[in-house]
Design a protein around this ligand. Structure first.
Ligand SMILES: [Zn+2]
Length: 268
């Protein structure tokens, strides 16, 4: 089955996620506003003369609660936008350069960690795109604001909570492969499918393209010869990509994918 063979329309998902940090502040503010209001209303029954005063306090508490909810909603929306547009893009490499003076340390699994503004960037080197995709496929689930990057001589592959990503073009010809088939012809891939949260992937790529940053939609290409699934950069139209495992050319066609955003329609 070949997915993404035709035009796909994706909607921008509404901001729905909040970090625990914001949730705690939100509950604290609501408690601080609602609890005095509750006390005020109870006291109002006991002391008739101060009913108006307590009532005003109660209304003020309610107003502050609404303002607090509004502010927190705006904060969490901006934060999501920041995740989609700025961090998962070429800017992470720029940020890495900027924070080069920060503490950098490795761990036993081979990853080097760099933290910047609440985001974590793990990186390591590998010999081939095949090795990089194996390392990234085996990561399991990835928490928000965490980015894994594997550098190879043929390009850099990344993975985050939504799926695979690249920050610059990955080589498509004469790749270093682990099990070369030695054939010069080409095959048609068995499939070209999504990986991870494709709705968020498409939206992220759309926002990055709109802001002038490098971004490509990564899809899993199942090799027509060996069946290995390579995460490859895709674009609208004819695509020729070498299998990361056997190196044979896979030729296929990807349909146009249009993403609707509040700033317009973007083809990814
Ligand atoms: Zn193959």
């Amino acid at each position: 089955m070949v997915l993404f063979g035709s035009t796909v329309f994706a909607q921008v998902p509404a901001p729905a996620e909040q970090t625990n940090y914001h949730g705690i502040i939100f509950l604290l503010i609501v408690f601080l506003c609602v609890f005095p209001m509750y006390i005020c209303l109870r006291r109002a029954d006991e002391v008739y003369s101060s009913k108006i005063v307590w009532g005003i306090w109660g209304i003020l508490g309610l107003v502050f609660s609404y303002i607090a909810v509004l502010i927190l909603y705006l904060i969490s929306s901006d934060k999501l936008r920041f995740d989609n547009v700025k961090i998962k893009s070429g800017s992470s490499r720029e940020q890495k350069t900027q924070v080069a003076g920060n503490k950098r340390f490795g761990n036993e699994s081979g990853w080097s960690l760099q933290s910047s503004g609440g985001s974590r960037y793990y990186s390591q080197n590998a010999d081939s795109l095949y090795a990089a995709s194996e390392i990234l496929k085996n990561l399991g689930s990835i928490p928000p604001q965490t980015y894994y990057l594997v550098d190879t001589p043929d390009g850099t592959l990344g993975r985050d909570i939504n799926g695979f990503f690249t920050e610059s073009p990955v080589k498509t010809q004469n790749l270093k492969v682990d099990n070369p088939c030695g054939e010069t012809g080409s095959v048609q891939p068995q499939s070209l499918t999504g990986y991870g949260d494709m709705n968020k992937n498409q939206t992220g790529v759309a926002y990055q393209k709109m802001s002038g940053q490098y971004a490509r939609l990564i899809l899993m290409m199942k090799c027509g010869k060996c069946g290995y699934e390579s995460p490859v950069e895709t674009e609208t139209g004819d695509i020729e990509r070498e299998c990361y495992n056997c190196g044979i050319k896979n030729r296929t066609h990807r349909g146009k994918i249009s993403v609707y955003t509040e700033m317009g329609v973007v083809d990814v």
